[in-house]
Design a protein around this ligand. Structure first.
Ligand code: AHR
Length: 620
């Protein structure tokens, strides 16, 4: 086979935001994941606002004769009326006390030497001490403990806000938070939070997971979903306005598509903060009055339109604007950047999509003409019947098909709105929980995105995260539990594309046997590395075939002495195509870097069967 690259020209600029990430609250990606809050169901609302309510995963410490738990609507916080009532019945209570514990999201990562801030609202009828502690997963070992005294309340409005720091002297990656008392009587608890002090930039994000995102150099952050935005029913869709302000006042909601409660600690504000921390352009996907089951007619969609306009003002309005002032009060007086919004998710073709879309489009475009607006309707094969700056394109399919979709955008309309491939992945039996095979096909697809980046503006894999204890969707890019995390092969493929955004695509062609395009995919780009001021020629080659191939690389337009003889090759391959990474083998399928001697304008390269290769040649 021959791979011919034309480096005689500077190449076609690749969009600066080509590769980014899509965060969806699915698989406990945020609640019990990226958001470092350790307490699950911190306001006791997850079981519903009618009492008696289900307080899971809170559980009782003590037997029925010594303690009784119940729920009452006496909270200080109007939107979160339910609080927990603890009736301590024992007069001679066990030494450790009786009360409640919260196991967090399948365990709390409690580390000796780290610090944790615990905030809790409490109300007691008598003067009493309560103990707040971290214990081991079975409650047998105390990792950290503090006693707090409560003064007898003069009324049911006299809540105490308790704020303490816990400094564990022992470690349990799957620990729990306990609140107990040894004195008979009644007290109430509400809005209980426990956060490690050490979060990313102190912004509440779990460090290890943000670092994994950083390693992708994401140029955009699409959020907060997906189906999560739509809801199975509109009443359960994500609502930006309910997810801002003090955490105690956020009502939380049940995301009925992925089937779990979120306290919405990771809310609208925090998504913008995350985008800012990652230097990624935020892309807000908002609900357009359409869920999986019900729809709001265009004749009454105006309040939804106004709500979105308010959301945009919250994000980028001045600090003295109505909604911008709330953002300012949350600690961010400067406007966030917001250059793109998507009107709905996968809703094209639904009864009111078109007419609702137009109403949102016109309102946003009139006030914020610089905001790029993304339609759910596929404009790759026909012109859209409505104005849009981009169209959304989602693809979940088999490995063979995604490999071949390397050519998906070759014959797309070259004018009109560009594609935003905001969700792609190999799924099903080829993918398992994240196979090497899936990743290889995705590499081919992404090469096709690079070569068609005149019509594809942005692309992101989905889903991004999975808490291993709640796999609602397989596969995913990053797997974690309470304390550990690893990338699937698909994640590692994305790291090999992290330098493409903003570089320049060079014309390249693979020729050889008839089957060349059935097994090989390749691209070439020229890139300037700002960090070290060096220029590189990057060549990517996927061999999807079962045999090694020899590829003769011919680079036109560069003299032999313009290419450093020493080049680097990053290669992703594995013994078995269905190999996956796991917690115990996190590095089973990761790119291996080799040094290649004798790089030049004309060279032979052996490309192993079933491999993805990135050759980086430094230009001199
Ligand atoms: O990525 C998982 C889901 O797939 C998204 O929520 C939805 O947009 C798509 O159907």
């Amino acid at each position: 086979y021959n791979l011919t690259v034309d480096a005689s020209q500077s190449g076609r600029p690749i969009p600066p935001n080509l590769f980014g990430i899509f965060f969806e609250e699915i698989n406990h990606a945020g609640a019990g994941g990226l958001w470092a809050e350790l307490v699950a169901n911190r306001g006791f609302e997850a079981g519903g606002q009618s009492t008696p309510s289900n307080i899971a995963p809170w559980s009782v410490i003590g037997d029925a004769a010594s303690v009784q738990l119940s729920t009452e609507r006496i909270s200080l916080f109007a939107l979160n009326p339910v609080a927990l009532r603890v009736d301590v019945l024992c007069s001679k209570c066990p030494a450790g006390g009786v009360g409640v514990y919260n196991p967090g999201y399948w365990g709390m990562n409690i580390i000796a030497g780290s610090q944790y801030k615990v905030v809790c609202w409490a109300l007691s009828l008598d003067d009493r001490n309560i103990s707040i502690s971290f214990t081991s997963s079975d409650g047998s070992r105390t990792l950290a403990q503090q006693y707090v005294s409560l003064e007898a309340a003069s009324s049911s409005q006299t809540w105490n806000k308790l704020e303490i720091l816990l400094n564990p002297s022992d470690t349990d990656h799957y620990g729990r938070l306990s609140i107990t008392a040894t004195q008979a009587g009644v007290f109430w608890l509400d809005q209980v939070s426990a956060m490690p002090l050490d979060t990313y930039k102190g912004h509440g994000f779990r460090n290890d997971l943000v670092l994994m995102l950083q390693d992708l150099k994401p140029r955009f952050l699409r959020f907060p979903g997906g189906c999560f935005v739509e809801g199975q029913w509109l009443r359960n869709a994500f609502r930006w306005r309910q997810s801002i302000g003090p955490w105690e006042e956020r009502p939380g909601h049940f995301g009925d598509v992925w089937g779990y409660w979120t306290d919405d600690g990771l809310g609208f504000f925090e998504f913008f903060l995350l985008a800012e921390d990652l230097k990624a352009t935020p892309i807000w996907v908002f609900n357009n009055g359409i869920s999986h089951t019900d729809e709001v007619s265009s004749s009454v969609i105006q309040p939804f339109v106004q709500d979105v306009m308010n959301g945009i003002e919250f994000a980028r309005g001045p600090a003295n604007s109505t909604w911008g002032s709330i953002r300012a009060s949350m600690g961010h007086p400067e406007p966030f950047s917001l250059e793109y919004v998507a009107i709905g998710n996968e809703d094209c073709g639904k009864q009111y999509y078109h007419d609702n879309y137009i109403k949102f489009y016109e309102a946003i475009n009139d006030t914020y003409p610089d905001i790029g607006i993304i339609s759910n309707c596929d404009g790759s094969y026909r012109r859209l019947d409505h104005p849009a700056d981009m169209y959304d394109f989602h693809i979940y399919t088999s490995a063979n098909r995604l490999f071949a979709m390397n050519h998906q955008f070759d014959s797309t309309l070259r004018s009109g709105p560009k594609a935003f491939v905001s969700e792609y992945a190999v799924t099903g039996k080829d993918a398992g929980k994240g196979s090497f095979y899936a990743a290889l096909a995705e590499a081919s697809f992404l090469i096709g995105i690079e070569t068609n980046s005149d019509v594809v503006e942005m692309a992101s894999y989905a889903p991004l995260f999975v808490n291993d204890n709640d796999r609602r969707w397989n596969p995913d890019a990053i797997v974690f539990d309470a304390w550990q995390s690893y990338g699937t092969p698909s994640y590692w493929v994305q790291t090999l594309f992290k330098n493409s955004s903003g570089s320049s695509l060079l014309p390249s062609i693979i020729t050889g046997k008839d089957s060349a395009s059935n097994i090989l995919a390749a691209s070439a780009l020229r890139r300037f590395d700002d960090d070290n001021g060096l220029e590189f020629l990057d060549i990517k080659i996927v061999n999807f075939g079962k045999t090694d191939v020899l590829v003769t690389l011919q680079i036109f337009g560069l003299l032999a002495n313009e290419i450093n003889q020493e080049a680097a090759i990053s290669r992703l391959m594995s013994e078995n195509i269905m190999d996956e990474n796991t917690f115990s083998q996190q590095q089973k399928v990761v790119p291996k870097m080799e040094t290649l001697q004798g790089a030049g304008a004309n060279m032979d390269m052996k490309i192993p069967a079933l491999s993805f290769n990135v050759l980086e040649c430094q230009l001199i």
